[in-house]
Design a protein around this ligand. Sequence first.
Ligand SMILES: Cc1ncc(COP(=O)(O)O)c(C=O)c1O
Length: 369
Amino acid sequence: MTQPIPYFDLPAQLRPLRKELDAAIARTLDQCSFCLGPDVAQFERDFARYCGAQHAVGFNSGTSALHVAMLLLNIGPGDEVITTPQTFVATSWAISYVGARPVYVDIDDATFTLDPKLVERAITPRTRAIMPVHLYGQPCDLDPLLEICRKHGLPLVEDAAQAHGAKYRGKTVGTFGALSGFSFYPGKNLGACGEGGALVTNDAAQAARARSLREHGSSQRYYHDEIGFNYRMEGIQGAVLGIKLKHLDNWTRERRRVAHRYHELLADTPLQLPREADYAESVYHVYAVRHPRRDELKKHLEANQIGCALHYPLPLHLQKCYAFLGYKPGDFPVAEKAARECLSLPIYPELTDEQLQRVASVIRDFFHP
Ligand SMILES: Cc1ncc(COP(=O)(O)O)c(C=O)c1O
């Protein structure tokens, strides 16, 4: 009998690391360094170096890192932040948590990332920042966005939650903007054994304030300079991430191997395949193909025990929680079409060529039964 191919195979990733992870977790237990602590501090230094940044500040999730990014820019009620409607909802949470308004701009049809050509006309006197997303692991087109930011005196905040190690014109994402947020949710390319996130910046003062905000607004115990949060990274997650970070480049290479093999194997199908922009080196967090018969194809893959997923089936401007913003269907046609047509295929470093060939042959059967 043929084995199922899961959408994501975390057990296969953890198996070869188990000894190292067990030892690291045992060490944090022995030290009782549960909230922040030496392993988190070490991981922060290692991750900053990995990103080519001066500072990385560990958080308990990517969502809280992005929330704090908005606070660091003193964004609040009455302010607007320009962002993409085709992303995980947490990008917009960060804006909403500070009482500001997400202002959506449509995406580029080929890359699924914020379309720089449409950004400038969305700027108003209330605009305080632009927050693009390096969606699916592919950097957005940063140069034109940075040019718009320079022209209008706006900071750029990168949502890099899906893009650890992705490169824009050869340079790792995370330091192009004033601030950036990463997620270490277990399914991410670099995932904790639980929740985790990081804020990355080259600005020492912002890093210091981020450290204070994540720890109840205090830099000295029991003295609180401003209203803060309990957003600390757990010690165990710092230890786990320190071990996994050493494997990240290898995992990225393998993800790119899988993506390139899909490109070859699916080239002769009617699917629209992901396109790596000429400025981008994607880390392929997601491999999303597109077709108008997406829902049927999804059923066909699942009937053949091949996992797949939708990233994301409903753009944010049409979500119930954002009805109050007053957007309507048709406002962002490219994002809406992507939401209707995209289907994420299994992609992870451990996928074998045999498995990839099976995915491709099941897809070919769908089009030519
Ligand atoms: C694009 C994007 N932004 C933000 C987040 C939030 O990260 P977390 O789940 O760690 O809070 C995620 C991941 O879940 C994401 O994919």
